[in-house]
Each structure stands twice: as C-alpha cells, then as structure tokens.
Design a protein around this ligand. Structure first.
Ligand code: ADP
Ligand code: ASP
Ligand code: MG
Length: 454
C-alpha cells in the first residue's frame, strides 16, 4: 500500500484532476490510498467567507459562497458531464456550508470550533471531484470521510492527530477498501475529536494527514505530490536557480519544514520518522521526474543542503535576573507562550534576560501580556530566521565559516543552532530575509560550479 497526497495546485480544476487520475491509474498495482487538499485558494476563500459572515454583510457573503459553488460545479460539469449524483453530493456540502455561515453571521461570532468546521469544506468538496475523476479514468475511487478516520485532540485550528485511535479506524475502515480493490480518497487537513467534532490540522496540514495515514496503514511509502520537482536547495519562488535534491534525510527534511520550507508541513515528517517510512516529494505536473526521496540515510559528506526562511518572528526578552535557577521557572514561562502550531523556535537563556524567539502571531498577544507577571518584557517584531540545513554541519567548521562569510553585510541579530547540529539559523530583519537567502544560496550553491551537492 502507498499513500499519495495531492496538494491544492495538483487538483486545481478538471485538467489537473485528470492528470492526477492518470498518475494514480499508473500506480494501481501498488494499492494507493489518496489524500487530497482543497483546490488551490479555496481554504483562503473559506477564511474570507467566515470574515464576511462575521462582518454581517449578507450580500457579500452570499456572493462569495456563489462563486465557491460555481467553481466546484463547473469542475464537476467539465469532469463528469451528466453525473447528477456528483453534483448532488457537492450541493449537499454547499448547503451545509451556507447554513453554518448564516449561523456565524447571525451570532456575529466564530469560535475556533466553528471556524474549523467552515474551513474543512474545501477538502470535502475536492474529495468528491477527485474520486469522480479517478472513476472516469478507470481507477475505482471511493470517498472516505477523514473525520471518521483521523482522530485528533480538540486544539481547533491546529489539532494533533492521535495515532492509536487513527490507526485502529484506518485499519478497520480504509484497509478493507484497498483489499477490495477500490481506491480510497480522503480529504486532507480534516479530522475530528473522538466525540466526532470536526477539527483541522492547521494550514498546510494535508501533508500531515498523508503521513499520519501512511503510518496508520503501514504504507510502503508516503508520496507528497506538489507543484515543484521535489525538495529544493531553496524556495524556487525566492531563488530561481534553486536545484532539486535527489535525496534528503528525515532530519534535513524536518528542519527545512520547521524553518519555513512550505513544501512540507512542519509536523509531517514526524510520523514518517516514527514508522521509518520513506517520503517522496514529487511534481504532479511532471510525473516522469523522480522527485526527492526522504529517508533515514542520505549523503554522508557534511554540507549545506538547503536554505530556508521562516517569518514573521518576534524576539521576546524577559528580564528575570537569577530566576532561571529556580525550579520550574523555565517550564512556567514556556507553558505561558505554548500554543499549538506556534511553539518557540528558539529559547536563549541568560543570567539576566531570557529570550524566546516565537512566531509573530496576533493570537499570542494575551500570552505576552501574561509574561509580564514574571518581569519586564521587551518585544522585537519583524524578524526572520534564515537557516542553512545539512546533516553533520555541526562537525564541519569550514561550512560555518562559509555561511557567515556569505551573509556579507546583512545585519544578523542572533545565531541559532538547530538540534543534532543539522542546521544553523541566522536571525535577521524580515525585510532583509530574501536578500540573505539569495546571498547564501549564491555563495553556497551557485558559485561552487561543477560540484554536486545533491
Ligand atoms: P501544495 O499545495 O502542493 O501543498 P505548497 O504551496 O504548500 O503546495 O508547497 C509547495 C511550494 O513550496 C512550492 O511551490 C515552493 O514555492 C514552496 N517551497 C518553499 N521552500 C521550498 C523548498 N525548499 N523546496 C521546494 N519548494 C519549496
Ligand atoms: N487546504 C488546506 C490549506 O490550504 C490544507 C492543505 O492544503 O494542506 O491550508
Ligand atoms: Mg502544502
């Protein structure tokens, strides 16, 4: 069995869905389980819909909901003309969505729980369309509701999958479908609490759905199909000269994701590490290319393998002289700022000031206020952590020197070494981050002509 996860661009409209169906058809002997994201931009549209509902503007809300409905119905029509049952299933979801949105508008408030319910409709709609595309291509696609399979805690907006229960359900309800020769299609990003209340795994969370289901089903591999050729030496949108990595270790991939490489959700490698399952990142627009294979082992020579950048961050300094020596102090401080999906990126303890590098997210404002009970708090917002990633970097001082030299005149505020010495983070101002990424990439990859670092 393999799990194949397709991202938003891969399922964006009838042409792309047909392309995905062809890819899946060619892999039927490997018994695929499919995880799909919402069509590109739909989750953002659902977010806007919630905001419009909250603003009370009924006409604008209905207009936006009409646009969303039209886009999905048109895709259905182009994919499967005459499939009235498909349109009816889409319409059933769209009706429910409108009821929820009207509730939000009338109440004038959206709890994290109700927001999650709205945000999940993109995947609920996409799974119907992709399953239909598969059936037309001769692969027997069958929708399975992830909210009955992926069981999570109740951290709405960033729920964490609970592996034991998810495994039990996947084995009971997904594996038999594969045994029976069908191709299960599950919406990514979605889950539910054990009581059945819908949750989402956080933005970009379909990757995590893919890897959790891969682990739950003991898949032979997890494939993340996206719009680039694999894990690259940098984000190709920032560095056009970025190159594809043939392979990467779990640690390298996890550090890249944690340091902002959007191609993988930060938590998506954890289940793969847990089960030792290989993850392959591939391009659905160029399926003939091999992509990047992520596994337990990789290239042995320590070298910088990629540059990533995470923003916006803020440095929070807490003046608490001597208190770090008190039992439980650090744990209390960390508990105060700990929010699912927004955990500190670095903790820098000192005798007088304790510094925390944390995401700059408005939802952390109350936590920062609460920190004041421990002492004076100073925040520096507008920061980015630009990181170089590579297994064994800690033992390669020459590489550190090259990295620091490459940063040139761009001001650095702190250096942050990642776990296992597999990364070095350079803290800089957010507005200089792209410049720093490009400077590092140029010096570390583009100048070393002829040298193969992948
Ligand atoms: P999907 O919709 O398939 O989940 P995402 O937009 O979430 O796709 O992730 C793919 C994007 O990640 C790419 O288009 C690319 O711009 C970005 N990206 C950032 N860093 C990297 C990297 N190191 N390698 C590849 N892609 C990267
Ligand atoms: N559709 C969700 C999002 O846009 C999840 C995903 O695409 O991974 O964040
Ligand atoms: Mg993604």
């Amino acid at each position: 069995m393999i799990v194949m996860k397709f991202g938003g661009t891969s399922v964006d409209g009838p042409e792309r869905m047909r392309g995905v169906a062809e890819i899946v058809r060619g892999r039927l002997p490997e018994r695929p389980v499919i995880v799909t994201s919402a069509m590109a931009g739909v989750t953002n549209q659902l977010q806007r819909l919630t905001e419009t509902a909250l603003s009370g503007d009924r006409a604008a809300m209905e207009d936006e909901a009409d646009r969303l409905a039209r886009r999905h119905r048109e895709t259905a029509l182009a994919l499967a003309p005459g499939d009235a049952a498909l349109v009816e299933r889409l319409d059933a979801h769209l009706r429910e969505l409108r009821v929820l949105l009207r509730g939000v508008r009338l109440l004038g408030t959206a709890t994290p729980r109700s927001s999650d319910q709205v945000l999940g409709y993109g995947e609920l709609l996409a799974q119907e369309l992709l399953a239909a595309a598969l059936r037309i291509a001769g692969a027997p696609g069958q929708v399975v509701d992830s909210r009955e399979i992926v069981i999570t805690d109740d951290h709405f907006g960033s729920a964490r999958p609970q592996l034991a229960e998810t495994r039990a359900r996947a084995r009971e309800r997904v594996a038999p479908l594969v045994e029976a020769g069908t191709v299960p299609v599950l919406g990514g990003y979605l889950g539910a609490t054990p009581e059945g209340i819908p949750t989402t795994l956080g933005r970009g969370g379909s990757d995590l759905s893919g890897s959790v289901l891969g682990l739950a089903l003991d898949a032979a591999a997890i494939e993340i199909w996206t719009d680039v050729d694999g894990l690259m030496t940098a984000d190709p949108r920032v560095v056009p000269a970025a190159r594809v990595l043939e392979q990467a270790t779990f640690r390298e991939a996890a550090e890249m994701a944690g340091f902002g490489a959007k191609v993988l959700h930060p938590a998506s490698i954890d289940p793969a590490i847990h089960g030792g399952l290989p993850v392959v990142v591939r391009n659905s627009l160029a399926p003939e290319r091999p992509g990047t294979r992520i596994g337990a082992t990789g290239s042995t020579a320590p070298a910088v393998r990629a540059v990533a950048s995470r923003a916006p961050l803020q440095l929070v300094a807490l003046r608490a002289p001597g208190r770090l020596r008190e039992e439980g102090f650090l744990a209390d401080v960390l508990r105060t700022v700990d929010r699912p999906g927004l955990q500190p990126v670095a903790v820098l303890p000192g005798p007088v000031w304790l510094e925390l590098l944390i995401p700059a997210d408005p939802s952390l404002a109350p936590a920062l206020d609460a920190l004041e009970r421990y002492g004076e708090v100073r925040c520096t917002p507008g920061l980015a952590l630009v990181a170089v990633v590579g297994e064994g970097l800690a033992d390669a001082p020459a590489q550190w020197q090259r990295v620091l030299a490459a940063a040139g005149g761009i001001p650095l505020r702190r250096l942050v070494q990642g776990p296992h010495g597999a990364s070095l983070g350079l803290l800089t101002d957010e507005e200089r981050a792209k410049e720093l990424v490009r400077a590092l990439h140029r010096a570390l990859f583009e100048c070393a002509a002829g040298e193969d670092r992948t």
